[in-house]
Design a protein around this ligand. Structure first.
Ligand code: NAD
Ligand code: WQD
Length: 337
């Protein structure tokens, strides 16, 4: 079995995926430019797995750095492509930075894969590609539509990859993640945003007293309690979907797209209540205006992933919130403290 290149290998989802892959016996090569991560995460994955990981400081925007990596690691046979910038609001303010990083980075990767004859790839896509869907749950064959530059980059990266796969006979699995949350049950690795954009890291920091209160973005949505509904997925479940995706690439070629979610939606208030229950004290919140670009409800239909990948989410809301709280409590400053 060849080696697996993990782009963005020090990031949140990659760290959890790396733990599962090493457990299954995969040999990994990590590449990251640390624009949103740290070496400490990789060190801790090594500690959890008992195996030191090969790590290259590489910026995907620099094709020469990528070529040098592939030259030094001729046994790479497949890639999991996590590396991207992912903050929606920042992408609206700095679209060129997002297009350059996510599109140029991906083009460079695909070009070097082509030069080196690497033909298998698992791609981190996002439920953001469904935009504001007409109905839920969303299926993989629903129309795609981007509502911000970040979403555009994910759509473009999917399209470029599908065209390259067709032209070159690559085997590609596109995983459309819903809302990844939670952490490894050891409490050693987790999500580490200094300034959170997403709901659960924000709620965690409020619960820990780092921030004063959660601002709930609107309570007048067309949902049962008026707050936004999303399909939160435990990051360890999500990590395991990548193991399944790699296994399937060995036996099934072509391009496949899978929703990776639980199929269940929870509201913002349900998430805050679950967190309050787990941490043992109320998490203060206040209703504020809607956030620009938000939608009322999205959750996925994960049937195809179950049927074709043999994957389904096993962990529920309690485990998501409890693991997020454990990570937050044990690492109040994330990897920085
Ligand atoms: P993350 O920021 O923790 O991980 C991304 C990693 O890629 C970081 O370590 C960053 O330093 C690295 N990176 C970015 N640009 C790079 C470049 N040019 N060269 C080398 N490394 C680079 O984010 P994450 O939450 O782990 O997300 C991983 C992937 O999953 C991303 O592609 C993201 O778009 C996608 N995704 C994330 C979510 C989410 O809510 N977290 C949801 C859907 C999809
Ligand atoms: C969840 C709910 C907010 C923060 C984003 C990206 C998506 C994907 C996942 C990468 C919504 C509400 C949030 C807060 C709040 N990322 N909220 N107060 O917007 O569903 O998805 O992350 O691919 O592309 O768009 O996730 O966690 O930001 O919001 O009330 O402080 O929580 O309005 O209803 P979202 P989120």
């Amino acid at each position: 079995m060849g080696k697996i290149l993990i782009t963005g290998g020090a990031g949140y989802i990659a760290s959890h995926t790396n733990v599962e892959l090493v457990k299954e016996g995969y040999d990994l090569i990590l590449a990251d430019n640390f624009c949103n991560s740290s070496r400490e995460a990789v060190r801790r994955v090594g500690e959890l797995t008992g195996k030191e990981l090969s790590l290259y400081e590489v910026d995907l925007k620099n094709i020469e750095e990528l070529r040098a990596l592939f030259d030094r690691e001729p046994d790479i046979t497949a890639v999991i492509h996590f590396a991207a910038l992912k903050a929606v609001g920042e992408s609206v303010a700095k679209p060129l930075m997002y297009y350059e990083n996510n599109i140029t980075g991906s083009l460079n990767l695909y070009r070097v894969m082509d030069e080196k004859g690497v033909k298998q790839l698992v791609f981190s896509s996002s439920a953001t590609v469904y935009g504001d869907p007409a109905t839920v749950p969303v299926r993989e064959d629903f129309p795609v539509h981007a509502t911000n530059p970040y979403g555009q980059t994910k759509l473009m990266m999917e399209q470029i990859l599908m065209d390259a796969a067709k032209a070159r006979g690559w085997d590609v699995t596109i995983l459309r993640y819903f809302n990844p949350v939670g952490a490894h049950d050891s409490g050693r690795i987790g999500e580490d945003p200094e300034y959170p954009n997403n709901l659960l890291p924000f709620v965690s920091q409020v619960a820990a007293g780092i921030r004063e209160k959660v601002m709930v973005f609107g309570n007048d949505w067309d949902t049962p309690d008026g707050t936004g509904v999303r399909d939160y997925i435990h990051v360890v479940d999500l990590a395991k979907a990548h193991v399944k995706a790699l296994e399937r690439l060995k036996v099934k070629g072509g391009v496949s797209i899978f929703n990776i979610g639980t199929g269940k939606g929870y509201s913002v208030l349900e998430m805050i209540e679950a967190f309050s229950r787990i941490c043992g004290h109320p998490v203060p919140y206040e209703f504020g205006p809607r956030r620009s670009g938000d939608i009322a409800t999205v959750y996925g239909d994960p049937t195809l992933a179950k049927r074709e990948l043999g994957w389904e989410a096993e962990l529920g809301l309690e485990e998501m919130v409890a693991s997020a709280w454990k990570w937050q409590s044990l690492n109040p400053k994330g990897y920085r403290g």
